[in-house]
Design a protein around this ligand. Structure first.
Ligand code: BTN
Length: 268
């Protein structure tokens, strides 16, 4: 993959108007943050940062994101001065999860689904993780950076990930073209983000998100900081919280921040 090969296949109207590419970075999220002032100076609305390898890939909840060279895609989509209230920006993680699941399904035929809030899963294992960061100035978001790691052509995983992670190539039985999937994700994100902006929430995307939500109507274990609870996931709110029904039929809303959701006996 090169910057040029990526530019050739990406067909967006305005999303990712500039593409940055490097062989190796610490983390595309850190790199995008370093370049944010430059992008603001150029009046860009959005830029895409791609790397072949990360030496300090960041995962959710302070974890490390395994980022070997030559096989996967590590990208950060930077949205500059997005017209989104800071409290709503975390919903963009769900918009991205939906876009990845759609692109993978449409392009590869793999029946990928979403594990709330933003893991994309195939055959019960994770193929994509998303981490969103934001810088606020005054009352407004100066930028939102959405970091996406998709396991594309990786065939071997460290032992601790073997029962939790898979890749498109493993599920498909052949290699995928990384540019094609990456472009497909960004193109779908552009459309989904525009729908999000119209109502400033997930209302217009909710039906499609819930159609691909693997947790829907299944038992989930919610691991919060101090407590653990069990319920049945019923869907999401327009703000992206998970609706969880307890044994008495009461439904509560779970915020995505510091929680992990698991199936009762497996990862989903
Ligand atoms: C998760 O833990 O599920 C989120 C993983 C996010 C990984 C991606 S890879 C590209 C971007 N840069 C990072 O350092 N992390 C994100």
């Amino acid at each position: 993959m090169t910057q040029e090969s990526m530019e050739r296949v990406l067909h967006t109207e305005w999303m990712a108007e500039k593409i940055f590419w490097r062989n190796s970075v610490d983390s595309t999220l850190i790199w995008a943050k370093e370049e944010a002032d430059f992008c603001l100076g150029e009046n860009l609305k959005s830029a895409l940062f791609l790397a072949d390898k990360q030496t300090a890939g960041k995962g959710r909840l302070g974890r490390v994101w395994n980022s070997p060279a030559g096989e996967n895609v590590y990208m950060t989509l930077l949205l500059l001065k997005p017209p989104v209230e800071p409290v709503k920006a975390s919903s963009l993680t769900l918009v991205m999860g939906l876009s990845v699941a759609q692109a993978v399904r449409d392009i590869t035929g793999i029946s990928a689904g979403i594990k709330w809030p933003n893991d994309v899963v195939a055959a019960g294992k994770k193929i994509c993780g998303i981490l969103t960061e934001m810088k606020i100035r005054g009352e407004k978001a100066e930028y939102v950076s959405i970091g996406v790691g998709i396991n594309m052509n990786q065939r071997e995983f460290p032992e601790e990930l073997q029962d939790k992670a898979t890749s498109l190539a493993l599920e498909l039985g052949c290699e995928v073209v990384r540019e094609e999937i990456t472009a497909g994700v960004v193109e779908r994100f552009e459309k989904n983000y525009e729908l999000f902006l119209e109502k400033q929430d997930l209302q217009s995307l909710r039906e499609e998100y819930e159609r691909l939500l693997l947790n829907k109507d299944r038992q989930v274990r919610i691991l919060e900081k101090e407590k653990e609870s069990i319920g049945i996931a019923r869907g999401i709110t327009p703000a992206g919280e998970l609706l969880v029904e307890d044994e008495n039929g009461a439904v509560r809303q779970v915020l995505s921040g510091e929680v992990s959701v698991r199936g009762l006996y497996s990862y989903v």
